[in-house]
Design a protein around this ligand. Structure first.
Ligand SMILES: Nc1ncnc2c1ncn2[C@@H]1O[C@H](COP(=O)(O)OP(=O)(O)O)[C@@H](O)[C@H]1O
Ligand SMILES: [Mg+2]
Length: 284
């Protein structure tokens, strides 16, 4: 038998008992079944109907010191899988992406904080990746800020259930101040600046010096700033945002995104001095 697994499993039981989710007597029943059928603690608990998936995720989260939201109580959208399913395969992939980005961008001498998330067309997963990536960065204890600079089809206020009345557009238009940046409850250190009311002139707003000033200010307050953008092929906004951020990561959706387009926009960005740190293949 694999003793490391056993140790880990035993502490899952201990966590659940300590938390009052499991009685000692039931923990013993689980351990007995676990031994006779050679199961993991969690599997045995579920088989006996004594544990739910939620209990196991809760215990794993504690074990690995992972803050996450318990249950699907509508606090934030279920699309935010990094909050609800931190141990799923998809979130594993997001953590791998986080590691790559840590190595390539968020460490070392040339460390800057802002990173635009860009892709050619709508529906390729920019908002999904930006939001979940922001969550996994915050889970690492990085002071993380997610800015929704997609003032064409904003979505982060919905994903994080913010009212969205104030946001980037209001700051850029001089109608709001930094209080529009909202700390998301339930996460270690995650703040979101929603897009705000849809303005008639997003591109013009992003070109204003106030945007550059805002990013400069935020740079000293956060370790990681991820910026969601509109599709590059439709609007020039993403190029503007990337130029201000200084760096971008490109998303390509498998069997959907035209790679030629990604290449072309990457080239344009490189020429504008934007560091394109990589392309992520989003498969869903
Ligand atoms: N890796 C993924 N796994 C599951 N669903 C995804 C994934 N990427 C995107 N989606 C879903 O696809 C839809 C479009 O993604 P979205 O992030 O809104 O695209 P974009 O911001 O590029 O227009 C959303 O419903 C989103 O939740
Ligand atoms: Mg989007």
């Amino acid at each position: 038998m694999d003793t490391t697994v056993e140790t880990a499993d035993r502490s899952i039981g201990a966590i659940l008992v300590d938390d009052g989710r499991l009685t000692l007597k039931n923990a013993e029943r689980i351990i007995r079944l676990q031994k006779t059928e050679n199961l993991r603690f969690g599997e045995a608990g579920i088989k006996l109907g004594l544990l739910s998936d939620g209990d196991i995720q809760f215990a794993l989260a504690k074990q690995y010191d992972y803050p996450y939201l318990v249950g699907r109580n509508g606090e934030v959208s279920e699309t935010l899988i990094a909050a609800y399913n931190p141990f799923s395969k998809r979130v594993e992939a997001l953590r791998a992406m986080r590691s790559q980005l840590m190595l390539r961008k968020f460490t070392g001498e040339s460390r800057t904080k802002a990173l635009a998330v860009v892709s050619p067309a709508r529906g390729e997963g920019r908002s999904f990746v930006a939001a979940n990536l922001a969550i996994v960065f915050s889970q690492l204890g990085e002071r993380t800020l997610l800015i929704d600079a997609d003032m064409r089809n904003p979505s982060q206020h919905e994903l994080f259930r913010l009212d969205g009345r104030n946001g980037l557009s209001s700051i850029l238009a001089g109608r709001s101040d930094r209080t529009a940046v909202e700390r998301v409850p339930g996460f270690v250190d995650l703040s979101v600046l929603a897009a705000g009311p849809i303005p008639p002139n997003p591109q013009e707003l992003l070109g204003r010096p106030v945007f550059a000033d805002l990013l400069k200010e935020l740079d000293s307050e956060y370790d990681v700033i991820l910026i969601d953008t509109p599709s590059v092929a439709d609007f020039a906004d993403a190029h503007l945002v990337s130029a201000r951020a200084g760096a971008a990561v490109a998303i390509a959706r498998k069997h959907f995104t035209r790679i030629e387009q990604v290449r072309r926009h990457t080239e344009i960005m490189n020429r504008a001095g934007v560091k394109v740190v990589g392309t992520v293949l989003n498969e869903f």
